[in-house]
Ligand binder design. Structure first.
Ligand code: F6P
Length: 258
């Protein structure tokens, strides 16, 4: 019966959260690799969580980019109430990727759909150290960075290391390095090995992984069996308060090894 199915899924959600050592997992039926609409289901679940969990007051929500985030944003509806106001900011600069999957665009779409506010940050994704340091001094950038650093909510996705390296147009040398170091996952511009250790950081403007530790609301949204290994690796050292929104295929692949 439907009741059994719902109870069955709740059991799997609890087991997965326990196995990954994080606060909570929410699982949608299906496999995002096979059916694109599963990502929209993940987006709906994420929206529900935000609607239920975001506290009253002024929230600052820092969001990452990517195709998952972009599709999830399309599922959002109002999140404003008389007492709750939300400001969306990108969790990273980055105009290196296609316009519609940039963090700036995703945060603007989320803000518009939820009737919230947003601020953008316009800096390239890949930067030399010198440029990076001088950009940090720019008042318009410093202001949004300060907002980003004061975020009480962060929403991000997780990708596989090598496809992300290719998408970010990283150099051959860096890609070789990633392979040699056994990189399997990417998030926030950090690359992780199977143990969840950072093996590479791209110099970029955005949230640092260490800053995530103190953020009360952290949501990771990623699905598709092909991402199971990357998701499990990232979660090894993820902030404990992380809530993972994923699909059945990822859950069964990860728990197969449990
Ligand atoms: O670009 C942001 C990001 O969250 C990355 O950190 C992650 O690796 C990637 O998106 C996942 O991208 P996609 O949703 O397109 O697979």
């Amino acid at each position: 019966s439907l009741m059994d199915q719902v109870l069955g899924m709740q059991q799997i959600e609890l087991r997965l959260a326990e196995y990954l050592g994080i606060a909570r997992c929410v699982i949608a039926t299906g496999d995002s690799d096979k059916q694109n609409q599963v990502i929209s289901r993940l987006g709906k679940l994420l929206y529900q969580l935000l609607a239920d969990q975001l506290p009253d007051g002024e929230n600052i929500i820092a969001v990452m980019g990517g195709t998952t985030m972009a599709q999830a944003a399309e599922q959002f509806e109002n999140l404003e109430t008389a007492k709750r106001h939300n400001l969306f900011v990108p969790a990273r600069g980055g105009i290196g990727e296609l316009m519609n999957v940039q963090a700036n665009t995703v945060s603007a779409v989320m803000a518009m759909r939820t009737n919230g506010a947003y601020r953008a940050i316009y800096v390239p994704e890949q930067l030399s150290l010198n440029t990076y340091e001088s950009l940090l001094q720019e008042p318009a950038i410093a202001e949004v960075l300060a907002l980003m650093q004061g975020a009480n909510c962060v929403i991000h996705s997780i990708g596989r290391a090598l496809p992300m390296a290719a998408r970010r147009k990283m150099s051959e040398t860096d890609i070789l390095l990633l392979k040699r170091k056994g990189a399997v996952a990417e998030s926030f511009g950090y690359f992780f090995n199977e143990k969840g250790q950072i093996v590479y950081k791209s110099p970029r403007i955005g949230l640092k992984l260490s800053q995530l530790q103190d953020v009360p609301y952290v949501y990771a949204i990623a699905g598709g069996r092909s991402k199971a290994k990357a998701i499990a690796a990232y979660m090894k050292n993820a902030p404990k308060q992380t809530c993972l929104i994923t699909d059945e295929a990822v859950a069964s692949e990860i728990l197969k090894g449990a």
